[in-house]
Write a protein that binds this ligand. Structure first.
Ligand SMILES: NC(=O)c1ccc[n+]([C@@H]2O[C@H](COP(=O)([O-])OP(=O)(O)OC[C@H]3O[C@@H](n4cnc5c(N)ncnc54)[C@H](OP(=O)(O)O)[C@@H]3O)[C@@H](O)[C@H]2O)c1
Length: 243
């Protein structure tokens, strides 16, 4: 079990923790000895149910609500975390906005960038400060998308925000070492049963991402890495239209 420099149980924050991949990450971290901050936006009931499961494992889970697409949203979240700062942050919250070059609205572009990119900037700065205060090594894991390299005409704002988040992941890794490691996880399609098979002839499951997160958290010699967990889709390129 990981311990902080003070010999205490470490804390992790998962953004978008109430459901799906975020919930899988949070539950696995709890099983591995972490206390949790569970961030949610609208899914309070799911977040409470998850907190209860984590409590049953003997770990502490605190809930924190924030709309990270709004101005001031992540700043309020970071302030709340001051009461018990996390060393690991998994930034999983996301919206898969449907828009195109032609119809994208400035509001969607901005809210997507706030949620995906600005949130990571503010949380990385907080981790750097907590680490400089001697709380231990920080680690930010960003959730990207294995299809980033391709042209995605139907998710214009999302695709650009995730691309910037990928750039930011590498930038932060260089800027914040040695106090904070920064890595990215780039899933392929997960949680959609019955889609066309991947090159590895199977669909992705949350457990595949959970194992990848374990690798990144456990290997303290890795930073600035973007790990695709997509059954081998990304080397093929030009995936749009073929999911
Ligand atoms: N699932 C996949 O196949 C797949 C593929 C490629 C990449 N990814 C990436 O992997 C990560 C996890 O995937 P997922 O499918 O579990 O994500 P998801 O269900 O699309 O979103 C996760 C959570 O983000 C939160 N969220 C949405 N809008 C928000 C806002 N304005 N402020 C704060 N939180 C907000 C929601 O919280 P509430 O429910 O509380 O409202 C939601 O439960 C995402 O970053 C996603 O882009 C996933």
């Amino acid at each position: 079990m990981p311990l902080t420099l003070e010999g205490k149980r470490p804390r992790a924050l998962v953004t978008g923790a109430a459901k799906r991949l975020g919930a899988a990450f949070a539950l696995d971290l709890a099983r591995r000895g972490w206390d949790l901050w569970l961030h949610y936006h609208t899914s309070e009931e799911d977040a409470r149910a998850l907190a209860a499961k984590i409590g049953d494992l003997g770990r502490r889970a605190r809930l924190v609500q924030a709309d990270l697409s709004l101005s001031g949203g992540v700043e309020a979240l970071a302030e709340r975390l001051e009461e018990s700062p996390p060393l690991l942050i998994v930034h999983s919250a996301s919206v898969w906005n449907q828009d195109t070059l032609v119809d994208a609205a400035a509001e969607t572009w901005e809210s997507s960038h706030r949620l995906h990119v600005w949130t990571a900037v503010v949380l990385a700065r907080a981790l750097a400060r907590w680490s400089a205060e001697g709380r231990g090594e920080g680690h930010l894991v960003t959730l990207l998308d294995s299809r980033l390299r391709d042209q995605d005409p139907q998710h214009f704002s999302y695709a650009f925000a995730k691309r910037e988040l990928a750039q930011l992941t590498r930038y932060l890794a260089a800027e914040l070492a040695p106090g904070v490691r920064v890595n990215g996880l780039a899933p392929g399609l997960i949680l959609k049963a019955g889609l066309a098979s991947t090159p590895l002839a199977r669909n992705g499951r949350p457990a595949d991402l959970v194992r990848a997160l374990r690798y990144l958290t456990d290997n303290r010699f890795v930073t600035g890495q973007i790990l695709a967990v997509d059954g081998g889709r990304h080397p093929k390129g030009d995936l749009f239209g073929s999911l």
